[in-house]
Design a binder for this molecule. Sequence first.
Ligand SMILES: NC(=O)c1ccc[n+]([C@@H]2O[C@H](COP(=O)([O-])OP(=O)(O)OC[C@H]3O[C@@H](n4cnc5c(N)ncnc54)[C@H](OP(=O)(O)O)[C@@H]3O)[C@@H](O)[C@H]2O)c1
Length: 275
Amino acid sequence: MSMGFEECAVVRDGFPRPIPETPSNVLEQFRMTGKVVVVTGAADGIGYAVSEAMAEANANVAMWYNSLAEVHGLKTSAYKVDSKGITYSAARCKTKQHALVSNPQEVQDGIKKVMEDFGRIDVFIANAETTLEEYRKLMSVNVDGVVACAKYVGEVFKRQGTGNLIITSSMSAHIVNVPTDQPVYNATKAFVTHFGKSLAREWREFARVNIVSPGFFNTKMGASPLGINEAYRMAVLGRQGHVKEIKGLYLYLASDASTYTTGSDVIVDGGYVLP
Ligand SMILES: NC(=O)c1ccc[n+]([C@@H]2O[C@H](COP(=O)([O-])OP(=O)(O)OC[C@H]3O[C@@H](n4cnc5c(N)ncnc54)[C@H](OP(=O)(O)O)[C@@H]3O)[C@@H](O)[C@H]2O)c1
């Protein structure tokens, strides 16, 4: 039975909680200096653009990729540091790469390596994806991968007493996307959206958790040649997104500009889900 006014009026120790001591200047709030951000699926598409956004805002970025061959964006500034990784300096940031597949042991080892290299993790962006359509593969990358990342980085956040997880879901968590029939993909994204919201509550004492739900963006995962005209027709803005158009949202969620935001799910889809 729910509470009446008298029961609700009982003062709970420690409430209201203190407001975090963050800058009030909005540009200062967005500054990521000294913060360590891990991005999975960082070799390409949205993950690469998000890594770039964090580096441009002066964060230290640990980029996790699946296959190194796809790391096209690093060719101008990459140099090898050891047999396991690549690092490059962009502006004033320190960026490292750690190979990863959707295997809990590799996730655990990857987080350990980031802690060795950087000493802490402030923000973790779970963004990896695959084009393979087999059920097991989709479940393993989209669901098991996100759960493993959350489990092991959650342990770090709890130890630190602070942390920030951002999960890349999809507008397909909200709609049955057409014309491509992709029920398993849609369901995996619905899982991670609700998982993220539920973690926001479970981790309330030490970390924030938010979800980004992109519509069609012009990457390998974007609209297929057969579906592209439908994507243009369905999106109110009449096109796919460019990855530069989602960088600001990830920076907002990663930065001190969003300290009162947790459990949110932001759809960035050019108005696709409106009709
Ligand atoms: N683009 C869209 O229209 C759209 C729409 C809704 C949601 N999304 C979501 O946005 C996220 C990023 O997708 P994107 O569009 O940027 O696609 P993308 O350009 O294909 O990039 C996906 C990245 O995930 C990596 N990856 C795949 N399997 C992995 C694994 N086992 N371990 C680590 N990394 C792995 C890929 O690395 P390799 O290339 O090395 O395999 C690649 O760098 C995904 O979660 C996707 O579902 C995209």
